[in-house]
Design a protein around this ligand. Sequence first.
Ligand code: NAG
Ligand code: NAG
Ligand code: NAG
Ligand code: NAG
Length: 837
Amino acid sequence: MAIFGPCFAAVFSVVSFLLVASAVPLDVSYDERGIKLNDQSRIIISGSIHYPRSTPEMWGDLIKKAKEGGLNAIETYVFWNAHEPLYRQYDFEGNKDLVRFIKTIQDAGLYAILRIGPYVCAEWNYGGFPVWLHNLPGVELRTNNTVYQNEMKTFVTLIVDMMQKHGLFAIQGGPIIVAQIENEYGNVEWAYGNNGKSYINWCAQLAESYGVQVPWIMCQQSDAPSPMINTCNGYYCDQFSPNNPKSPKWWTENWSGWFKDWGMKDPHRTAEDLAFAVARFFQYGGSLQNYYMYHGGTNFDRTAGGPYITTSYDYDAPLDEYGNLNQPKWGHLKRLHELIMSMEEILTHGVKRDVDYGNMMSGTVYVYKGKQSCFLGNANQNQDFTVNLMGSSYTVPAWSVSILPDCYTEVYNTAKINSQQTVMVKLPNEADDQTEPNELQWDWRPEHPESLHHGVAKGSVTTANELLDQKTVTNDTSDYLWYLTSLDLSKNDSLAGKAITLHVHTNGHIVHAFVNGKHVGSQWGTSDHLEFIMEKDIKLKHGKTNSISLLSVTVGLQNYGANFDTVNVGIHGPVKLIGNKGQSDEVTVDLSTNSWTYKVGLNGMEEKGLQLDNARHQHGWKSYNLPSNRLLVWYKTTFKAPLGSDPVVVDLQGLGKGTAWVNGHNIGRFWPSFVASEDGCTTTCDYRGAYNSNKCLTNCGDPSQRWYHIPRSFLQDDGNKLVLFEEFGGTPLHVRFQTITAGTICATTDEKKQLELSCQGGRVMSEIKFASFGEPTGVCGSYARGSCEAPNTLSVIQKQCLGQESCTLDVSENTFGPTGCHQNVYRLAVEATCDSP
Ligand SMILES: *[C@@H]1O[C@H](CO)[C@@H](O)[C@H](O)[C@H]1NC(C)=O
Ligand SMILES: *[C@@H]1O[C@H](CO)[C@@H](O)[C@H](O)[C@H]1NC(C)=O
Ligand SMILES: *[C@@H]1O[C@H](CO)[C@@H](O)[C@H](O)[C@H]1NC(C)=O
Ligand SMILES: CC(=O)N[C@H]1CO[C@H](CO)[C@@H](O)[C@@H]1O
């Protein structure tokens, strides 16, 4: 069947016919041009949506918006440690319901790419590996090791069997057309020597052994054994070619933005640069590309990796953390996707010819069945070029690609955005009348520091005459581990009469120290410096037994790098007491080989379950003398859900660091006191030139994350419970609940284009603040009229759009009347306010 035509509507009807037909078995194969579905060559435009980073209630909407954005596939990793948190105890419920997620993709008529890993990286805790795996005797991860390989095989087989049982592979009529084994192993393979090579061959054989009849990929694997397909990950993949000439050119991770660490600013990748990268990939013969991420979402609970990855995993993706369209990125890419899809047949079959104009300016012509399509790509970062193509001349702005589907009319240029920009706003919770921030009623209770009494501690404990790695002791069932010891100063007190310093060397990530139950200091590292030494002046009780309690806290386990799984975490020592430090009579008492008692977790969390706020522990909470700046304290309050359906966030400004729960759901770690440094931000962002994650930063000098997502499905109308565990000290008095919605929409569009204006979530345009068709200048919020304009522009737009959720304008003199300008191309600039109807 031919999938070709100048009209998008026609193309979509053909595509949807094919997708309905995908309920019947689909044969998947590929050649060097790309994937073939029932022997038909296809272009796949896919986007990553990780199911545990949203909720099942959100999945349908996210996938629908991805489809409307012009994608025909959704990609996800499979998260082993989410599914098997404890050895052989599986969890496929709620937002871990992988089958439901794949079926939601299928119901939307999209294809699925399943990257099983099981190593996934993904800024996910420990790269997706369960920590119990690391603690199995004799295990070595990601290499030729029988213990590891048996576990990997057990898990991968479980997932493949589960997909097969539910008929989810293409050959069964399901949506899965591509699967992945391992992940970016090529980046680290050098560190594993011959064992790495033999492991990768074993992975390939394992994948093949399932006989599921989909192509298997290995991204970033330049020695991928046939028939594994080596694919590219990165910001740009146009220069990539697979190691096997029979493999297609596929891009499995096109980074749509970047993730964020605690203490980092907000990274932004412009729509122009992202579109440029995608257009160049297709110009140079790519046929499958995947946005990493299309929706980033939220690292709920303890799923953030890193260490030091924030709870928000927004990624500046086309759909924002909450599932709203990130405009203009979403719309600018949608137009590109629709155009590329309309050229599917010629791109996958056409004879390709490249023209080099010099100065990084290139043209590509595809010819098929008497038709031709052209790309003009300018990779020069500061010079625009005017070039001749088949007798006509075209100007291609620096760092952009023009697409001419008939080699004559420029339908799209990656640097010219004709989609609206949406400025999102946060609105107060009208249901709770929170006009004053301290309307919420707070209860609190302390979390008492642990210490040894007569050599023992309450609750589940381990002891050892050494300092143990935190992962080994906790199996990562908690962020928190107490390292407890005591020192008898009744006999040989070499420290008597001296100024005493407590010295703690830790491999990360946070340590709080207590001596005889009294807090003496807290310190933390950063993503660049995980390992640090804390030294504090302390007082000891001479002639008595002194207790020393160190609370070590992890902030997500490392997820990337050669042997990342063996990186130490927690207090590895030395832990010392130093008398008269730096003086001639300095004495050191090394406590590292003392008897240490280990206690996993917090009393309030692991033992009492305060985060669940169940009836069992109602006593012990106080509603008076609300402390601020107190270390280790629990807070709780009750609130009404904001009205409507807009996404809900809680502003945790004022708090230090800890964990938050809503109605028992862990909404993630918070750390608003971790402020990004003042320097390095820009108000304008030049899309030209290669992107990196330090380009185009915002949010300097502000908390790296202040707002935390509460999915609507976690809420009931009234009586919602927010519980906070505060670790550093802060105040809950500024906490408030808000909704996120479109506030202002802006657009500038060239003549002869269609412009759709839309407020999301049932809001309508209440005011057109600016409208000019002619030669307007400026940016959203400060547009200005030019010397000429069509006089009716405002009234035409008011008539068509006011009171509407969305409206589509035909940008031309036919619509707005004559401009009286003498430019080649007139432009429309419009700014509108969105409000409740
Ligand atoms: C941690 O996991 C290992 C298996 O890898 C198990 O033997 C051990 O008992 C677990 N430890 C705890 C504290 O649960
Ligand atoms: C891989 O492991 C197996 C079994 O432990 C061993 O026989 C083989 O020599 C190893 N391969 C390499 C390349 O070391
Ligand atoms: C007393 O402590 C000091 C310093 O730790 C040590 O050098 C010395 O041997 C100890 N003496 C006795 C009698 O334990
Ligand atoms: C893994 C990978 O492909 N990394 C590349 C991503 O893109 C940046 C910037 O283009 C390169 O520097 C990395 O090597």
